[in-house]
Design a protein around this ligand. Structure first.
Ligand SMILES: Nc1ncnc2c1ncn2[C@@H]1O[C@H](COP(=O)(O)OP(=O)(O)OP(=O)(O)O)[C@@H](O)[C@H]1O
Ligand SMILES: [Mg+2]
Length: 310
């Protein structure tokens, strides 16, 4: 078994990550879905990613899990390079799990919830007998407060909140150390949303899981993380502790997301640009912003911002 680094070294390290999607020869220019991102996640810590639709949150989350291979850069999981898939041992894969943006991505609609939850256990051959499997599945259902009488149903025979609990149970089946939750509540009504968020928080704290939580809603993102990173056109443009970012946001885009300044809403279809990725919409832009891209820099404490004004 491998030894785990001390609490001070990151469990997950994204180093200079860039992902460029190309669309054939004729169709338009390549899209920089993630650009020059550096990100660290300590053992048991939570980081939230927020930013408008198309800003690259899902792509970054999947790169950190080794699901998407970056165009350049590296991901280290406890020192093991995930961007070199042949070198990643199976037992490392099961230490990571993904709760996708759409439950259909996680579950097969033809299978009962029971079999869907059991799938990762079966893939990784972590169970001996049928009885043992049943015991584990029932325990998982209990952990996520899913009524065990629902385990016989198929995904379309339960509510959105129930299926989300089942998806979480399945994600926990292999005892992960690192979990990415991608907009896990965007399809739910407000009160079910709150239940699921509380559940995720409890699980994270109880099991000491490192959580990357993705939400386009900055309020939800700040509820879940200790730290929060704001994405725009594939870049991280601001990152800080939650309190700091919410009370003293510096980037005009973050201020826009928080409703402090009014901005024109345009979906950030990740077009490539030379200057600041916010240039077109920024209410306080200056001359250099058009030609040069500001780097993410430390402005004191753990607060980082990519804006020439600071
Ligand atoms: N598989 C893919 N092939 C080509 N382009 C992609 C692919 N996945 C994402 N993109 C593009 O990369 C950019 C970032 O997409 P991504 O899904 O990461 O954004 P997001 O922040 O998760 O958005 P949302 O909030 O809508 O989920 C978008 O311009 C998107 O169109
Ligand atoms: Mg997404």
């Amino acid at each position: 078994m491998m030894r785990f680094n001390s609490l001070k070294t990151p469990l997950v390290q994204g180093i200079n990550l860039t992902k460029i999607f190309r669309y054939g020869l004729i169709w338009g220019e390549p899209v920089e879905a993630v650009k020059n991102v550096n990100i660290n996640l300590l053992r048991g810590a939570s980081l939230s990613l927020t930013g408008e639709s198309g800003s690259g949150k899902t792509t970054l989350g999947k790169i950190l899990l080794g699901i998407i291979r970056p165009t350049s850069g590296k991901v280290l999981f406890n020192g093991i390079d995930l961007t070199n898939p042949k070198r990643v041992p199976k037992y490392i894969r099961r230490m990571m799990s993904y709760i996708p943006q759409h439950p259909e991505e996680a579950f097969d609609p033809r299978w009962r919830l029971y079999d869907n939850i059991a799938e990762p256990l079966r893939i990784h051959k972590l169970i001996g007998s049928k009885e043992e499997e049943k015991e584990i599945i029932f325990k998982l259902a209990e952990d996520v407060s899913l009524d065990t009488s629902l385990l016989n149903r198929r995904p379309f025979e339960v509510s959105g909140g129930e299926i989300q609990r089942a998806v979480i149970a399945s994600a926990l089946a292999t005892n992960p150390l690192f979990m990415v939750c991608d907009e896990p509540t965007s399809m739910l009504d407000i009160s079910t949303q709150a239940d699921i968020l509380r559940l995720l928080k409890n699980i994270r704290d109880k099991l000491n899981i490192s959580l990357l939580f993705i939400s386009h809603d900055i309020e939800i993102a700040s509820f879940m993380g200790f730290k929060i990173a704001v994405m725009l056109k594939g870049r991280i443009v601001e990152m800080a502790d939650v309190d700091k970012l919410i009370n003293e946001p510096l980037h005009p885009y973050t201020q826009g997301l928080l409703g402090i300044v009014k901005v024109e809403y345009v979906s950030s279809y990740a077009k490539n640009c030379r200057g600041c990725p916010y240039y077109d919409r920024c209410p306080v832009k200056m001359l250099p912003c058009r030609e040069k891209e500001p780097k993410l820099k430390n402005v004191g404490g753990d607060h980082y911002v990519a804006c020439f004004r600071y």
